[in-house]
Design a protein around this ligand. Structure first.
Ligand SMILES: [Fe+2]
Length: 111
């Protein structure tokens, strides 16, 4: 039985996201970013999990193995899913920079 990765809900609805981010990201991009891009990483993780169960280990050699390739792709897609979970969690608020002085200082320092 394979592990079933879940597409984590955002802390706000699709409609709330469009409104919340409207000053920096278009509603179309916000929707695509979550429902296509982010979801694609989770879909790929589940496909990879199934592939790991049936991978042909008999053809592995010193340069390539099906399991190795699946694990490489797993790392990429897991990072993508996890980073998007974090991205959605930290977006929000009312845009008042006085409520986040540390991040404001870091943004001004770096950019
Ligand atoms: Fe993205």
């Amino acid at each position: 039985m394979t592990y079933d990765w879940k597409f984590k809900p955002r802390p706000y609805s699709d409609e709330e996201a469009k409104s919340l981010l409207k000053n920096v990201v278009s509603p179309e991009t916000t929707d695509w970013h979550y429902n296509t891009h982010h979801k694609g990483y989770v879909t790929a993780l589940n496909t990879i999990e199934k592939g790991l169960e049936t991978a042909d280990r008999s053809k592995a050699n010193g340069n390539f193995s099906e399991v190795g390739e699946l694990k490489r792709r797993f790392t990429w897609n897991h990072s993508g899913a996890l980073l998007h979970d974090l991205y959605w969690e930290v977006l929000g608020g009312d845009g008042d920079p006085k409520k986040g002085p540390d991040i404001l200082t870091a943004i001004c320092y770096n950019w």
